[in-house]
Structure formats: C-alpha cells, structure tokens
Design a protein around this ligand. Structure first.
Ligand SMILES: NC(=O)c1ccc[n+]([C@@H]2O[C@H](COP(=O)([O-])OP(=O)(O)OC[C@H]3O[C@@H](n4cnc5c(N)ncnc54)[C@H](OP(=O)(O)O)[C@@H]3O)[C@@H](O)[C@H]2O)c1
Length: 245
C-alpha cells in the first residue's frame, strides 16, 4: 500500500474529488482527516466510505478561511496522531460568470476560497512539517489555470495562482524535506465541472484526445502516487490530467 501509516489532511472532502481522495488514500493505508464547509450529510457519507477500509477518519466542519477552526483541527491531528504527513489542498469552488457580470464580491469570494484558503491551510500544517523535517503537499489546480480554455476568469486566475504558489513554496521548503506539487485536472465527471454550460463541455470533448471527461477515481489514484514516498524527486511540478487536450 502506497500510504501505509501516513497521516493525511484533505480539505473539501464532503463530495466530489475530495471524497474520492479520502477513500482512495484510506484504501492505500492512510489515516484521513478531512474538512467541509456546509454539506454535513455528504461528510457523513465520506466517513462511511472511508470506514470501509478500517482506517481512522476525522471529519471537521471548517471553512478553509476560518483560521480558528482550521487551527483547532490541525492541533487535534498533531495531538492525536502526532502530526500530519500529507496535506491535500482540494477545497475549491467555481461560478460561471462572464466578466461583465463578475462583481468584485464574486471575485473576492472565489479567489479567497481557492487561493487564500490554500495559503492559510498550508501555513498551519507546515509548522509541524518543519519540525519533523518532512512532508508532502499537493495542491489541486486545474487546466483552466494553465491553458486558455474558456473558463470563468476568476476561477482561471485562482488556479494559475495555485500553480505559482506551488512553485514558489517548493523552492522555499525543499530544504526542510518537504515537497510541494500541483495536480491539474481537466473536466471531471461532476463537481465544479457540472456548472459548465453544455457548449463548453462539447468544446472540451471535441479537443480531448480521449473524448471523455475524467473520473474522480482516476485523479485520486494519481494523487495517491504523487504524495507517496515513491514520488520522491518531483518538487514544484504540475501534473495535468486532461485526457490529452
Ligand atoms: N470537477 C472538476 O471538473 C474539476 C476540474 C479541475 C479542478 N477541479 C478542482 O478540484 C477540487 C474539487 O472540486 P470538485 O469538483 O470535487 O468540487 P465539489 O464537488 O463542488 O466539492 C467541493 C468541496 O470543497 C468544499 N468547500 C467549498 N468551499 C469550501 C470552504 N470555504 N472551506 C472548506 N471546504 C470548502 C465543499 O464542501 P461543502 O460540500 O460542505 O460545501 C466540497 O467538499 C477543486 O479545487 C476544483 O477546482 C475540479
């Protein structure tokens, strides 16, 4: 098992890709703590699915922008598990809005969750990783932040920011034995991809060599490898998974 004995924190685990990451990581032997923002029922379902693999699971209702609640969760993981080996910054939102209708509040809300939330969570978890001189951080980006797909500009900008954050942080913390990478999926079977209008989905499928959207599970399998000890020399990298755009 790739993640035997590892202690993992995943943000946004109540559905979509986050839930799949929790389940696949537990199957690979990890203890899993995850957060969510509002979807208590979905979080309960994630707990059920993780429990099938017999691994410890902690679920916490905490926005990535709520420094106090996130601090309490990290402190709890440190106290009960002795630390966090792997952080996956997955929590994210998207809203399809043309630039003419994109108000400053829309921009702030989305960029705060997708980018500032990544920074705040990372800073909290890094303290323990510095002490232990080891850690793996995986940030979930998007091809929308890399290639000129038609995507909402605030979403694309936030995901480009996540890629830049990954690259700069990797340079800074590599000397402490901590690696930081980014996984950038194309359109997936559900979640934020569902908010796209049909014509954009059709356009994507036309240009995608595999001619289909990705599944949460196939992205999670790649993520499990990326944060495992097998992946020891990739640092500051971004892996795109888009079926060949
Ligand atoms: N699906 C795609 O096609 C696709 C493609 C490329 C990249 N991605 C990226 O993959 C990640 C997951 O997306 P998804 O499609 O799985 O989305 P999703 O199904 O909408 O799930 C988003 C998750 O993030 C949580 N969340 C939202 N705001 C939060 C906040 N302020 N604090 C903490 N958690 C929060 C949600 O919690 P609640 O349910 O409680 O609100 C939920 O668990 C995102 O970063 C997204 O940008 C997705």
């Amino acid at each position: 098992m790739w993640l035997e004995g590892k202690r993992v924190l995943i943000t946004g685990g109540s559905r979509g890709l986050g839930r799949s990451l929790c389940v696949v990581f537990a199957r690979e032997g990890a203890s899993v703590a995850f957060t969510y923002s509002t979807d208590q029922e979905g979080a309960g379902e994630t707990v059920n699915q993780v429990s099938v693999h017999g691994r410890p699971v902690v679920s916490a209702r905490a926005s990535v922008l709520d420094r106090e609640s996130m601090g309490q969760l990290v402190a709890r993981c440190e106290a009960e598990w002795g630390g966090i080996d792997i952080l996956v910054n997955n929590a994210g939102v998207s809203r399809v809005l043309p630039i003419a209708l994109l108000e400053e509040e829309d921009w702030d809300e989305l960029v705060d969750i997708n980018l500032k939330g990544t920074y705040l969570t990372t800073r909290l978890v890094l303290r323990g990783m510095f002490r232990r001189r080891s850690g793996r951080i995986l940030n979930i980006g998007s091809v929308a932040g890399i290639r000129p797909l038609e995507a909402p500009v605030h979403y694309a900008a936030s995901k480009a920011g996540v890629k830049g954050f990954t690259e700069a942080l990797a340079k800074e913390v590599g000397r402490y034995g901590i690696t930081v990478n980014c996984l950038a999926p194309g359109i997936l079977e559900g979640g934020v991809g569902l908010s796209l209008p049909q014509y954009r989905l059709d356009e994507y499928l036309k240009h995608c060599a595999l001619g289909r959207v990705g599944t949460f599970e196939e992205v999670s399998e790649a993520a499990a490898f990326l944060v495992s000890d097998l992946n020891s020399y990739m640092n500051g990298g971004t892996l795109t998974m888009d079926g060949g755009l």
